[in-house]
Write a new protein. Sequence first.
Length: 638
Amino acid sequence: MTAELSGRMQVYTNQVPYESDILNTGRFKMSEVGALAETILGFGPGNPQMVCGFACNPVSPPGMAIVVGPGIMYSYEVYDATAFGVLPADTNANHKLYKQGFNWDPVTLNVTAPATGGQSVIYLVQAQFQTQDVNNVSRPYFNSDNPAEPIFQNNYDTRQDIAIITIKQGTPGVSPTPPTPDAGHLGLWYVTVANGQTSIVSGNIAKISTVEGQPFITEGLTQKLGAGDLSGLVTQSQLQSTQFVKAIAGGSANAITASPSPAYTSLGRISIFAENTNTGPATLNVSSSGAIAIRVMSPSSGLVPLVGGEIATNGWYDFYYDGTYWQLLNPAVISLDLLRNLDFIAAADIGSANSIVVSPIPAYVLSGKTQIWVIVEHENTGATTITINSILYNVRKKDPVGNGTPILLTGGELVAGGYFHFIWDGTYFELQNPASYLEIQNYQNLKFISVGDTGSVNTVVANPSIPYKSYTGFTQIWVFIENNNTGPSTLNVSGLGALSITKKSERGGAPITLTGGEMLQSTWAHFIYNGTSVELINPAPIIDGTSSYDVDSSGTANIIIANPTIPYSTYAPGTHVRVQIANTNTGASTLNISTLGAVNIQKMTITGLSNVIAGNLRSGGIYDFTFDGTQFQVLNPT
């Protein structure tokens, strides 16, 4: 017999029905409901699970628990994963369908606040679709040996599709991360609990997603189809063409009318194709609802009447009714005028040094606090003027001593390629952001700027975002060093050329060249140009010739290991270190500093240098060692 997936079973007069007749009736109903769900809900293999219901609320009376209400889970499943009575299992992927998993009763889930102050934890409420066989009862079976006495056996009498609701705790933290659903589960709600919290409130509970169908189904057919009235539905093409919210303007220039089809029954938003340019304040009358004043938003004054030119012939304009006025959302001219008189507009300089020339279109008419931004073409060298639409104006800046009187520019306030902001004060155009205030030049020549080293060992290269123009007296820079130096080094800033790096001599006098270890990787080095070289102001503590201290980390006598906080870069004659010994030596010994290699230790005797002997280096003792170019000499042997 062919296994059918859908249909209606037929039984005839005096026929003895098969077990499959009864079972298929239930199976067919399941497949038909699943097909209907897929058709109406419009989801499939790409969105295999949705839910309806499962409201989540705090318990009442308040406490550390939540209640998840009844709901239905739609899940894309195989037809039957196991045999259904006498019907075999069907796991064919082509036969998958939507099944409904029911949760008929509320589920209470407990939560716990984190024990650490300042921390919170996020719980995840999740659902799992399950198919269960239930009601294992004793049932009578036909006894062919004695038809009058049936045989009784236990079997399940019902197959249910259910939704299991559980809760999963995340990891507590100051900014906790929500847990992810377990395999085969669908996340529904997040519940956030803070340290010290004693009850759950609605504000602690949030859906995983508010997007329709991900996973909650919140709209039914009545919401989708307007309670069964299809007359108000808009087709896709109608929606794309906006044919119901646009109209050709009628009326006159300042008294606009619009008659969209169908007519508006309540005012909202409309797009109108203008037949005339307005010359002053205007009104709009939509669907004969009455003439209502049009307003436009001003950056400084809020909604203001039109003044003329905001609506131009043959343009489309959007209007929004705010309950009092029609607000014009895309005025043609007012945006330019207001930006100039009340806000900003930019223009390119076509003049020369100290003489800025700009020609914005349309031409400026000065009033109030007219403003303009200019992309300057040349650096100024002194007093400067600005010509706007062929009219010359003087430029001033604020007095740096703060007496309130604008003063002439002196040079360097305008930099080529920079944006500069000017405001008309009734007499002058005042420069709002002079470069000298930003100290682009002085920032480099008199103050500091920081940049990362892109060079190599003993060759420091710095390329700040604002390039240096020259090495001049007291030019300064901070550089984040990439490599430890091992000897004399150079610095090249903005490709101006490599200069020798020097440092102050410990004995005074002229600066001296570096010897190694003065610049350490991943530290900031400060340089000042002294007219000849760049002087390193903050060299690292000099290892060769000065003291550094560490505790012996060796676990073996006769082997001394020292790793000072500032690592040594090389053994140079005069390199000095002070070490607290861990193990009393029993004979000849070695010293290894900063993993540079083990070097023999000797002491000075009346006959000359010789290896240390047992007991010369005692546990707990602090000893001074100096490298002589061949070995370390211990200066204070026991």
